[in-house]
Design a protein around this ligand. Structure first.
Ligand code: NAD
Ligand code: IPM
Ligand code: MN
Length: 369
């Protein structure tokens, strides 16, 4: 098996965590005799500095020609005062649109060994296992018209939230299909008490749900959902929501998992899958070797599952992450209140590689007897 993976390390901690995700993929390749070919390209702030664009043509072409794309993070404080379309983040949004993936899967799991590091009381966070299905190509991020105008004598900034039935329906189907393989429950999140887009969202999701009689559907308003997530995260299975609400609620879910650095994502539905941890470039800790690589490594697992159909290998990586946490190793973001040993980004990555190898060896030994 030969697979071409475009790697976009990006800015800040992006390159630090991506290096560990690649290390784990190389371990998987070595164990199973797969050929993963990695080609690195510039995106975000680094691409602006080197090529004058947050998504150079060469990067985009490489992504479109590959089997999957792995991204670290984009964004740097030096671009904070630049208009949105010239910022590092614009490179990521252009890439998402070009790749065509409209469903962004963001699992948020409270792992038992680090449940105590959540700011939530342990009995609240522990056992939570939520899958956010975030619509990724619509809503305020891409709606037209947008911009800042002085035409009327005063300055007006405009963004547009719009959704078509087709856009809602296709992402809803992804959520219902996912729920079938989990605990059979979808919570659709909107603001139908105020927004027309949300009214269409709710009607459409309700109609799609009739094709899934085995899945339970409920609806929550987004403000209430933000509260319920913290009060009782275990009430959720699959959370289906539009682009901006999903962005906000999934960062909130970082609190349930213990750290933003734990959360992975997969963007599916397009021609080429895009895999990225949900966190940003974390300029406050960049360059120190202390970033948590688990979100990036778990994104690599999602790549194996969703782009390459390597379910067993994906599970092995996820299990390896849990084993290393169980053994007590932690980056500083997940160390509070849980005991254990402090590890650098690289050490945690190497430990997860070792665990992947041990898990594979164990399975071989089991099959041999
Ligand atoms: P952030 O996610 O970068 O950081 C928020 C907080 O979480 C920081 O305190 C950071 O240190 C911590 N954190 C994040 N990831 C961590 C990890 N792996 N290990 C340990 N701690 C971690 O969000 P921000 O500070 O609001 O944004 C910084 C920049 O990143 C901005 O330019 C923003 O636009 C960008 N951003 C990019 C992406 C992306 O590329 N997908 C996602 C979110 C934010
Ligand atoms: C995320 C990020 C991005 C988003 C930004 C960097 C464009 O916050 O992936 O969650 O808002 O989608
Ligand atoms: Mn975000």
């Amino acid at each position: 098996m030969r697979l071409r993976i475009t790697v976009l390390p990006g800015d800040g901690i992006g390159p630090e965590v991506t290096a560990e995700a690649i290390r784990v993929l190389q371990t998987i390749a070595a164990i199973h005799g797969y050929r993963f070919e990695f080609a690195e390209h510039a995106i975000g702030g680094r691409a602006i500095r080197e090529f004058g664009s947050p998504l150079p043509t060469k990067t985009l072409d490489a992504c479109l020609a590959s089997d999957a794309v792995m991204l670290g993070a984009v964004g740097a404080p030096e671009f904070d005062r630049v208009p949105p379309n010239q910022r590092p983040e614009a490179g990521l949004l252009l890439l998402r649109r070009a790749l065509g993936g409209y469903a962004n899967l963001r699992p948020a799991i409270s792992f038992a060994p680090i449940a105590a590091c959540s700011p939530l009381r342990e009995e609240i966070a522990s056992g939570a296992d939520i899958l956010f299905v975030r619509e990724l190509l619509g809503g305020l991020y891409f709606g037209e018209p947008r911009g800042i105008s002085d035409a009327t004598g005063t300055t007006i900034a405009t963004n547009t939230m719009s959704y078509s039935i087709e856009e809602i329906e296709r992402v809803a189907r992804i959520a219902f299909d996912a729920a079938r393989k989990r605990r059979g429950k979808v919570t659709s999140v909107d603001k139908a008490n105020v927004l027309e887009t949300s009214q269409l969202w709710r009607q459409t999701v309700t109609r799609v749900s009739r094709d899934y009689p085995d899945v339970t559907l409920d609806h929550l308003l987004v403000d209430a959902c933000a509260m319920h997530l913290i009060v009782n995260p275990r009430r959720f299975d699959v959370v289906l929501t539009e682009n901006l609400f999903g962005d906000i609620l999934s960062d909130e879910a970082g609190v349930i998992a213990g750290s933003l650095g734990m959360l992975a994502s997969a963007t599916i539905g397009g021609d080429v899958g895009l895999y990225e941890p949900i966190h940003g470039s974390a300029p406050d800790i960049a360059g120190q070797g202390i970033a948590n690589p688990c979100g990036a490594i778990a994104s690599a697992a999602m790549m194996l599952r969703h782009s390459f159909n390597l379910e067993q290998e994906a599970c092995d990586i996820e299990l390896a992450i849990e084993h290393v946490l169980e053994a007590g190793y932690r980056t500083p973001d997940i160390a509070a209140g849980t005991g254990g040993y402090l590890a650098s980004t690289r050490e945690l990555g190497e430990l997860i590689c070792q665990a992947v190898t041990e898990i594979a060896d164990m399975r071989h030994a089991y099959h041999a007897v």
